[in-house]
Design a protein around this ligand. Structure first.
Ligand SMILES: Cc1cc2nc3c(=O)[nH]c(=O)nc-3n(C[C@H](O)[C@H](O)[C@H](O)COP(=O)(O)OP(=O)(O)OC[C@H]3O[C@@H](n4cnc5c(N)ncnc54)[C@H](O)[C@@H]3O)c2cc1C
Length: 386
């Protein structure tokens, strides 16, 4: 069911995937329920993941990375999400902050932060969302005002993955409200400096290990050298990177459903009622068959989008299809796998309840399901005659 041949890996990529799998079963799976119960942020385990190379996947070798393809990141996050979506999401967000710094940062920014991010000593994040602007990213209100030698940043940001522990954040801010999206710039913001006020961890329905929190910038001074994307370029780069994020979120939903299906199948073969194992009941075996079919379909949509992304083709539509389908598929099928367990499926020792809450998170993170529909509808409209 893994469809590995649809997105084949090189030897180096396979080796890292194997190591990530082994790491996840050993370090993530046994701890994820506790992280959730204690609402703990798994900083030490993230550092251990970094030591394995999991913050270096797509970083160029010249910058200290492994120079592997997007598909390696996707397959690794899919695999870790089998054990804990939230951990994988925290990890991939630090990885992506490092990849952006390596690709787009200036020498000073790279010198200050890159090595720390790669070693897992620093936690990274990217902040677009605000309390009053999520889907409508162009409406952000955090202001960047020109001052002597740099910029003064003021405003409130919300829903930052890794927000409870973050050290370095790529922050999007408006430099000229009258210019709309073209006025938006991005800055490298150091969370340890004056003017960065971290908010408390959000209390959520689940996925606490990803450390969601907001923060405020109160007269934060960003020097000219801290500018990351100039006004006029920032908005476009944000949208471009979100396409990649949508595809791995889709794959992570597949990872969770793969795990749920594996567990449900094992349970159906070993649990008997009225003298027969559950797997012999047509209603249940067909239910599992439907999960398997939709999982294959979701995975193929995600893998197709990944191939388009890697070859530099337009992957926006494919990513929207993949994320919409996979999140809905997870939300539909995780409860079905859980149901097969009877009451025991509710126990925190099984990942099913955690996965279900994470499937909800996947409906919002990196663009909501409705926004995916807007993207798809825009393509449909463009294809209309006249
Ligand atoms: C756990 C978690 C982690 C996150 N991490 C990050 C992060 O690291 N960095 C970051 O910047 N953001 C992050 N986000 C924020 C995420 O990107 C936003 O939640 C998302 O963009 C939606 O914005 P919103 O929640 O403000 O909803 P809103 O934009 O207020 O939308 C509310 C509802 O209206 C719907 N809607 C909005 N516009 C339309 C429309 N035109 N047509 C139809 N329906 C519409 C939406 O789909 C949604 O259902 C995270 C979110 C979560 C839940």
């Amino acid at each position: 069911m893994l469809l590995a041949e649809e997105l084949p890996l090189s030897q180096a990529e396979s080796r890292l995937l194997d190591a990530a799998r082994e790491f996840s079963r050993r370090e993530v799976a046994p701890n994820a329920a506790r992280w959730e119960r204690e609402r703990a942020y798994p900083r030490a385990t993230l550092r251990a993941a970094a030591a394995l190379g999991l913050t270096r996947i797509q970083i160029p070798a010249a910058a200290g990375g492994l120079d592997l393809r997007y598909r390696a990141k996707l397959r690794i996050m899919e695999e870790i999400a089998r054990d804990d979506f939230a951990f994988a999401f925290a990890l991939v967000n630090t990885h992506n902050a490092a990849a952006r710094l390596a690709r787009d940062g200036n020498d000073g920014q790279r010198a200050r932060y890159l090595d720390g991010l790669l070693r897992g000593e620093l936690i990274g994040a990217v902040s677009l969302t605000e309390p009053a602007a999520g889907s409508d990213f162009a409406a952000i209100r955090t202001r960047a005002e020109r001052v002597e030698g740099g910029w003064r940043l003021n405003g409130e940001k919300a829903w930052l993955t890794n927000g409870t522990a973050v050290d370095v954040v790529v922050v999007y801010a408006q430099t000229d409200a009258s210019a709309g999206a073209k006025g938006i710039a991005a800055f490298v913001v150091d969370a340890r400096r004056a003017g960065f006020e971290r908010g408390p961890a959000y209390g959520l329905a689940g996925a606490h290990a990803l450390g969601a929190a907001g923060f405020r910038l109160a007269d934060y001074f960003a020097a000219d050298a801290d500018l990351f994307y100039a006004p006029g370029t920032a908005f476009k780069t944000a949208l471009a990177s979100i396409t990649g994020a949508r595809i791995y979120v889709a794959a992570m939903c597949c990872g969770m459903v793969e795990e749920a299906l594996t567990l449900a199948l094992a349970r159906a073969c070993t649990r008997s009622t009225f003298g027969e194992p559950l797997i012999r009941r047509q209603a249940l075996r067909w239910m599992l068959a439907d999960v398997a079919t939709d999982l294959e379909a979701a995975r193929l949509l995600g893998y197709r989008a990944a191939r388009l992304l890697e070859t530099g083709e337009d992957a926006v539509l494919a990513a929207a299809h993949a994320k919409k389908f996979a999140t809905r598929m997870a939300e539909q099928h995780l409860p079905q796998c859980m149901q097969l367990f009877g009451a025991e499926g509710l126990m925190e020792a099984h990942p099913l309840g955690r996965h279900l809450a994470a499937a909800r998170v996947a409906h919002y993170a990196d663009g909501t399901t409705e926004i995916q529909n807007e993207r798809i509808a825009a393509y449909l409209e463009r294809g209309l005659p006249g």
